[in-house]
Write a protein that binds this ligand. Structure first.
Ligand SMILES: *Cc1c(COP(=O)(O)O)cnc(C)c1O
Length: 395
């Protein structure tokens, strides 16, 4: 865990910035593919690695470097490798640190596409994955094999906001000679710093809260210099590089990360409390609520409950759970019907028929994702307008 002189809010505004001779006060966008050398000898020195510096934007680009250094400062990481998407961050991490025959233990409640990547694609290349319960450390312990290289979690989970004990899982991983990877997309470093809790690697989909306004796709892998070296090696060869334009948007996004995450969490908490008091709602999932099963742990690991709230709708007489949810969603006028999250605009989704529709009904139910479950990624609108928009729930 790298320590810095300034408070995190200050780092989010100032860290990583490098100004050119023109003295611009906002970071420059270097929209160029290659870099010129002063001489053939300098070109040789750059390629040979004896002189540091940019060569080609698939490898490094000054705008992307500024983004990497800012995010590394916020996560307390020695190094950050920016990638084209959150999924390519996960791919780069696994390709860099695992080989054929190696084994990953992953939480059952990770992002659906991450499940597909591990079980449908990487499995064809001889990678073995065991899925276990996020909240039961014993299952992680039992799943370990001699070839286990990575533990992979998201906490809080999507959509039920379950929380795992990062310190405990890191301990089990390290005893097994494995690394703990935390996808920190839901919290961002403004709410949770997994490396400080013992995790080895942090993954981000920058597409979500780091952008914060639903514009660009991007991702990042963060950790020690030693672990990031092969990740960077994979990236510059395989080409899953972040575009300079997107890095420039994310740099601007990070400057407001702390005030945005505070506002998302304040709105989400207020909405969660209100939802708990509506007779049309049978259960609310939000780590910031005292009723949340891992509330105490969440409040140790996180500075707030974050921006995601899920809840169970109680169907009216003669209605199925899905009909009740679809009616609620279709009655909204403000909240966007989209599965994305981390946007200033609130979004609403029915996991059972969208993000989790490829999972079998039995597996969905076993995971607690019922037909009556709704997820809201709470945005930055006034919370009273959000309550009014969920008009069908009003008592
Ligand atoms: C969206 C998301 C991803 C994938 O990110 P992309 O930028 O869409 O590739 C990975 N993990 C989590 C938790 C996500 O929400």
């Amino acid at each position: 865990m790298t320590k810095h002189l300034y408070h995190p809010e200050t780092l989010s505004v100032r860290a990583g910035s490098e100004m050119t001779e023109f003295g611009e006060n906002s970071e420059a966008l270097f929209l160029n593919s290659s870099f010129r050398f002063n001489s053939a000898a300098q070109a040789a020195a750059r390629f040979g690695g004896s002189e540091p510096g940019n060569i080609y934007s698939r490898f490094t680009n000054p705008t992307v470097t500024m983004f990497q250094n800012k995010l590394a400062a916020l996560e307390g990481a020695e190094q950050c490798v920016a990638t084209s998407t959150g999924m390519s961050a996960i791919l780069a991490c696994v390709m860099a640190l695992c080989s054929t025959g190696d084994h990953i233990v992953a939480s059952r409640s990770i992002f659906g596409t991450s499940v597909q990547l591990f079980s449908n694609i990487l499995a064809r290349w001889g990678l073995n994955v065991t899925f276990v319960s996020l909240t039961n450390p014993e299952e992680w312990q039992l799943a370990v094999t001699a070839r286990t290289k990575l533990f992979f979690v998201e906490t809080p989970s999507n959509p039920l906001t379950e929380v795992c004990d990062i310190k405990v899982l890191a301990g089990i991983a390290h005893q097994a000679g494995a690394y703990l990877v935390v996808d920190n997309c839901f919290c961002t470093p403004a709410i949770q710093q997994p490396l400080a809790l013992g995790a080895d690697i942090v993954i981000h989909s920058a597409t979500k809260y780091i952008d914060g306004q639903g514009r660009c796709l991007g991702g990042a892998v963060l950790g020690s210099k030693v672990l990031m070296e092969p990740v960077y090696g994979f990236l510059r060869t395989a080409g899953v590089t972040m575009s300079a334009f997107n890095a420039w948007v994310f740099l601007k996004g990070l400057e407001t990360l702390y005030i945005r995450m505070d506002a998302h969490a304040r709105n989400a908490k207020a909405l969660a409390v209100w939802l708990e008091s509506q007779t049309g709602v049978s259960r609310v999932y939000y780590p910031g609520l005292v009723s949340h099963p891992q509330h105490a742990l969440a409040m140790q690991q996180q500075t707030s409950g974050g921006g995601i709230v899920s809840f169970e709708v109680k169907p009216k007489a003669g209605q199925t759970a899905q009909e009740a949810v679809w009616a609620l969603i279709d009655a909204t006028r403000l909240i966007s019907i989209t599965a994305n999250l981390g946007d200033a605009k609130s979004t609403i989704t029915h996991p059972a028929t969208t993000t989790h529709s490829r999972v079998t009904a039995e597996a969905r139910l076993a995971a607690g994702i019922t037909d009556g479950l709704v997820r809201i990624a709470v945005g930055l609108e006034h919370v009273d307008d959000l309550k009014a928009d969920l008009s069908l729930l009003k008592n």
